[in-house]
Design a protein. Structure first.
Length: 136
């Protein structure tokens, strides 16, 4: 597994998570404006094939906005959605992020897969296409 000490911090100060400074936000000033984040948070829009990520092990308190701001440094996020249990209104601790190009998706996977937030390590992978999940 990856050594988390060598992974870059890919969060903005806006997430409110401990240990995440303004330095990472300064590295991507054009992309990380509140308007950019709010325009994609809460939407589930599929990007082209190879651009849609499935993220497991999200912190319980993570919102659509947190997810968007976490993955924006890797490219143009089309949508970000944390799944919520309709009965309990609590996060199911997984979600989707879609990019407009596969290079951004691959960069996000390489950097964020295994990234630790609190006591959880993210699992980041390409979303499977409907064709690839058929048993025949």
């Amino acid at each position: 597994t990856a050594n988390t000490d060598s992974l870059p911090v890919a969060y903005t100060a806006a997430t409110g998570l401990p240990g995440l400074g303004a330095a990472s936000a300064a590295a991507f000033p054009a992309q990380l404006g509140p308007a950019a984040i709010s325009s994609v948070a809460g939407k589930q829009i599929e990007g082209p094939e190879g651009c849609n990520l499935f993220i497991y092990h999200l912190p319980q308190e993570f919102t659509d906005t947190d997810l968007a701001s976490t993955f924006l440094p890797f490219g143009n996020v089309v949508s970000s959605k944390v799944f919520i249990d309709k009965q309990t209104n609590l996060s199911k601790c997984f979600g989707f992020v879609s990019y407009d190009n596969p290079n951004s998706a691959q960069a996000a996977i390489q950097t964020m897969h295994g990234f630790q937030i609190g006591s959880k390590r993210l699992k980041v992978q390409l979303k499977r296409t409907k064709e690839s999940t058929k048993p025949y």
